[in-house]
Design a protein around this ligand. Structure first.
Ligand SMILES: Cc1ncc(COP(=O)(O)O)c(C=O)c1O
Length: 478
């Protein structure tokens, strides 16, 4: 049993809430790990000089928030974090990557080069040729090149911010260049926004399974990152509300459209419910629209429902070319200056040459053409998946190159990924996306666009189907 005790003086409000908040915080920051037993009601009541009724009420709050489990006649235990995506809805060609994309070396004798379905990369759809022609244009304009070689305004040149506003408007977001800042990709945008909005020790929420970039950043910035329960539409409003009551988060990071890794997209009703909670509880929502760029029909962004609390980050990375390293932030006026200050201290400004190329891509509609090609390619990949994985459940979204595959018993995610690696295929196990030290979902993410051509995708998916159906029995070695 834990000897950890909440300090009542540190929390205001009713005593039962102070006790619940104290435990909630200790559980979410890992001080009290899953399986740890909380003191018996009478013991805690004596130690804190409160009634057993107050302790029962506090434990009840924690139980409703899913943070503890009460076992009748046994005690109250810290629960495993919840991120059960098993109730997600299940929905169920010719291309080649450039030659320079060398195959990965074989893992063991007898197995060919690895087929990489682990890396989250867009398909190559002629972006190299398109970039080449812009570079030739730029090379012929010495005056412009001279300008681009100089320092620029920290938020980006006016024309680059205007192009960013146009890109974001494509996703239903904003439209005013004054609210748009240019960054070096979405991860840089996220790092700057987190540093502008949060202080070390602050609590930030995210979907219980999330993009690993937020996990790494939260660790480095000493933030208390807490995972919120998700279902087939992403964040569950009731879970967000309960956890907010207990932990009073400063911000929520979320990927409401084509979520990475589950591919879930929130309905409009769900978006409104999440936005209502954020506004009521004064939570800054950091909305990641990186995967959303792929969609032809855009859902309404959360940020558009939250004019004072919504910050959007975006980039071309999953739609066209991660090597561009250009991203955009759209922020309410209150945050613009603070984020600009972080960009300045971080890198002075995003590299203007990349921003100029991005601007030309956006202004000429070239980005729309490239994304349309990307969608066609993904459609072909879905057809291959439907045939190679026939009868095997997986989740995906229209225009998503990801398959999220929950595994039937007795497979575990990491074990399945390791068996696939031995068989020559890389995928990402569910563990990679878990916030905190909770148990990993028994699932893997398959990135179809990692395959260099349709033949390799077919082969990789066939290996996945075979390995899955053969079961783990043959995998064990001493
Ligand atoms: C959801 C999500 N957001 C942001 C990023 C980072 O994008 P960028 O390459 O622009 O930094 C990724 C990359 O995997 C991602 O999946």
């Amino acid at each position: 049993m834990t000897t950890w005790l909440p300090t009542l003086a540190a929390h205001g409000g009713p005593k039962y809430q102070a006790i619940a908040r104290g435990y909630a915080r200790a559980i979410s920051n890992g001080e009290l790990p899953p399986g740890e037993r909380l003191p018996a009601h009478r013991v805690l009541a004596r130690k804190l000089n409160v009634t057993t009724g107050t302790v029962s009420r506090a434990y009840g709050e924690l139980e409703r928030a899913g943070l503890v489990i009460a076992r009748v006649g046994d005690g109250t235990y810290v629960a495993e974090p919840r991120h059960d995506a098993s109730h997600l809805n299940i929905t169920s060609a010719s291309w080649t990557r450039p030659e320079s994309d060398k195959p990965m070396p074989p893992l063991s004798p007898g197995v060919g080069p690895l087929i990489d379905l682990g890396q989250n990369v867009p398909n190559a759809v002629g972006d190299a040729r398109s970039l080449g022609s812009i570079l030739r244009e730029l090379a012929a304009d010495e005056r412009l090149i001279g300008e681009l070689l100089q320092y620029q305004p920290v938020a980006g040149q006016r024309s680059h911010r205007e192009a960013g506003a146009r890109w974001l408007a494509r996703m239903g977001c904003g439209g005013e260049p004054e609210s748009v800042l240019v960054t070096q990709g979405a991860q840089h945008a996220l790092a700057c926004v987190l540093r502008a909005v949060l202080r070390p020790g602050d609590t930030v929420f995210a979907e219980a399974l999330s993009y690993p970039g937020i996990i790494a950043l939260a660790r480095q910035l000493r933030l208390n990152l807490v995972g919120i329960e998700i279902d087939n539409e992403g964040l569950i409003p009731a879970a967000l509300d309960r956890a907010s009551e207990l932990l009073n988060p400063r911000a929520l990071f979320c990927v409401p459209t084509l979520h990475n890794p589950t591919t879930a997209t929130m309905s409009d009703t769900r978006r409104r419910a999440i936005a209502e909670i954020a506004a009521r509880r004064n939570i800054v929502v950091i909305e990641d629209l990186v995967p959303a760029a792929m969609l032809a029909q855009q859902p309404q962004p959360l940020a558009s429902l939250l004019p004072e609390h919504g910050i959007v980050i975006s980039s071309f990375s999953k739609a066209v070319a991660p090597g561009m390293r250009i991203g955009y932030v759209h922020a309410p006026p209150e945050w613009v200056g603070k984020i600009v200050a972080v960009i300045r201290s971080d890198c002075w400004m995003a590299a203007p040459l990349g921003a100029e190329i991005a601007t030309r891509w956006i202004e000429r509609g070239e980005i729309d053409r490239l994304i349309a090609l990307q969608r066609d390619r993904i459609h072909e990949q879905h057809v291959i998946a439907a045939s190679e994985l026939a009868g095997i459940p997986y989740h995906t979204g229209s225009a998503s190159a990801h398959l999220w595959m929950p595994l039937a018993e007795p497979w575990r995610g990491a074990e399945f990924a390791s068996a696939l690696r031995q068989a020559g295929v890389l995928v990402k196990p569910g563990d990679s996306f878990v916030i905190g030290r909770g148990s990993a979902p028994h699932a893997v993410r398959i990135s179809m666009s990692g395959a260099r051509n349709p033949g390799l995708l077919r082969e990789g998916l066939a290996i996945i189907a075979r390995t899955l159906l053969n079961g783990p029995e043959g995998q064990y070695s001493a």
